[in-house]
Design a binder for this molecule. Structure first.
Ligand SMILES: Cc1cc2nc3c(=O)[nH]c(=O)nc-3n(C[C@H](O)[C@H](O)[C@H](O)COP(=O)(O)OP(=O)(O)OC[C@H]3O[C@@H](n4cnc5c(N)ncnc54)[C@H](O)[C@@H]3O)c2cc1C
Length: 468
């Protein structure tokens, strides 16, 4: 069966991959000239890569790891030491580590927390552990029920010290959702924590060995096209045409560069678009359905990804770092962490600026200035004084609407992959699946959408043919 998919982010590509596995023919239409959506990357005139986002993979990403294994590219993940590393604003240049020992879960995480004495006192650790007990004992159902609180409200209700909030949860909340704890739903960090507490290597971090576009998305496209599927760039979905019963009759693809629009017909249609453009493209006849009305409660959150190339090494840390800066979130020295970006003599810092609401409309000069001011606090030994390291060049990628904004109450707005329209399905990390707005969530949503499409076809095949 022919399935038309709009969007070649990880969700659309994973959906295509699992549809060819199920014996169907996916045809993917992507609006831009680059694969990957939020993982898209580009090369500058000197051949250096810059990306939409700094991307960390986790051990607790079973669907992503399975996908890489099925593509035969598991070795492209560069696994780092099992540790979480935080800057200490009050001790510039000094890092604090939560080293996770190789023992069964949850003891590995508990030992990691107990062993860290830089960031938490014994009393704070004790209160922290007591506060987390319901999440550990009552599992995901409890975690989902906490979607009515912000993380800050939940921490206060649990009697967890404000210092734990400022030290750990601000960093975690910004890293997971690009929001601060007074905005993010408590469900989000608790979901991540639950995964980490249940899976021995769940919190282990890996980086891809090169750009996600080349090293992750292209192999999925090759897999799909070698098996009869198609992927078309520069092919934006313009509108859905409907049948009288409101099922999809065709997708209209906008003709770019003076070419005419054209219609695409298929046996089923998948939107793997982000939620914001999907809301704009929803046909009028669907908008009043409660299923689609819920989407009004979802929108993308702004985030900014910054790349700084320096004239010397600032760090030898081969890992993700939590900056604990009020402006910045996580960062990494990609000259150490990523094989294709490696440089033995000069650092390339890739940093996420979040929350970005107040920065997304500012000029690049302002964003660069605030970032450098924060970095001078983190690396005073390299970035201040007469012999300070020099910035060779920079690239800033702004994404005004990225993953869905995970404020309280959003879980109820996230749609399933099956919709009330018989031949129309949804994929995307904002759709309902257990892995948040992440790469894992995108891959899982694509797989679930492919399964829903395949089930739809097999049900249709089972309908008995009327004999007169
Ligand atoms: C700065 C940043 C850092 C991140 N860090 C991490 C991380 O460390 N770990 C992690 O797991 N996740 C991370 N994420 C989240 C992760 O990138 C996303 O959850 C995931 O890539 C979303 O995939 P998707 O396919 O659901 O959506 P998208 O990637 O948004 O894909 C949607 C696609 O649809 C296309 N499209 C839009 N309109 C049309 C149209 N009209 N017609 C056709 N195509 C259209 C878009 O161009 C895009 O290619 C990060 C994201 C950002 C922005």
């Amino acid at each position: 069966m022919r399935v038309a998919i709009a969007g070649a982010g990880l969700a659309g590509l994973a959906c295509g991959k699992y549809l060819v596995d199920a014996g169907h023919q996916p045809v993917i239409y992507e609006s831009r000239d680059v694969l990957g959506g939020l993982v898209a990357a580009w090369q500058d005139e000197e051949g250096d890569w810059y990306e939409t986002g700094l991307h960390a993979f986790f051990g607790a990403y079973p669907n992503m790891l399975q996908l890489l294994a099925e593509l035969g590219i598991s070795d492209r993940l560069q696994w780092k030491q099992h540790t979480l590393i935080f800057n200490q604003p009050e001790k510039p240049g000094v890092l604090s580590r939560f080293d996770v020992p190789d023992i069964p879960t949850p003891f590995n995480i508990i030992v990691a927390i107990l062993r860290n004495n830089d960031m938490l006192t014994w009393e704070q650790k004790f209160r922290f552990a007591i506060g987390l007990t319901p999440a550990m004992l009552r599992g995901q159902q409890y975690v989902e029920a906490m979607d009515k609180y912000t993380l800050l409200e939940w921490l206060r209700r649990q009697g967890i010290d404000e210092r734990v909030n400022s030290d750990i949860f601000v960093a975690a909340s910004k890293a997971l959702t690009f929001l601060d704890p007074d905005q993010v739903s408590a469900t989000i960090p608790l979901t991540a924590l639950n995964r980490f507490l249940q899976e021995r290597y769940g919190s282990k971090i890996a980086f891809l060995d090169g750009s996600p576009t080349e090293r992750l998305c292209q192999p999925i496209v090759d897999y799909i096209t070698e098996r009869g599927g198609e992927v078309h760039l520069l092919s934006p979905l313009k509108e859905y045409e409907l049948n009288p019963d409101h099922t999809v009759a065709a997708m209209v693809i906008r003709g770019l560069n003076g070419r005419p629009d054209y219609r695409v017909q298929a046996d089923a249609y998948v939107s793997a678009l982000p939620v914001d453009p999907l809301k704009v493209l929803l046909p009028a006849a669907w908008r009043s359905l409660p299923f689609f009305r819920k989407l009004e409660g979802l929108e993308g959150v702004p985030v900014i990804n910054i790349h700084l190339w320096f004239d010397r090494k600032l760090s030898d840390v081969d890992h993700l770092l939590f900056s604990r800066s009020p402006v910045l979130s996580v960062y990494a020295d990609m000259s150490n962490t990523c094989k294709a970006y490696s440089d033995p003599d000069r650092s390339m810092l890739e940093l996420v600026l979040a929350p970005a609401k107040d920065w997304i409309d500012r000029s690049e000069a302002e964003i660069l200035e605030v970032t450098m001011a924060e970095l001078r606090k983190l690396f005073p030994q390299h970035l201040t004084g007469e012999n300070a390291a020099q910035l060779r060049k920079y690239k800033i990628v702004k994404t005004p609407r990225s993953v869905y904004q995970a404020t309280p109450g959003r879980q109820a707005c996230r749609p399933t992959q099956t919709t009330p329209i018989a031949n129309f399905f949804l994929a995307g990390s904002y759709t309902l699946q257990r892995y948040l707005g992440s790469m894992e969530g995108a891959v899982l949503s694509g797989k679930l959408a492919a399964q829903a499409v395949a089930a739809h076809f097999s049900q249709r095949a089972q309908v008995p043919v009327a004999v007169h």
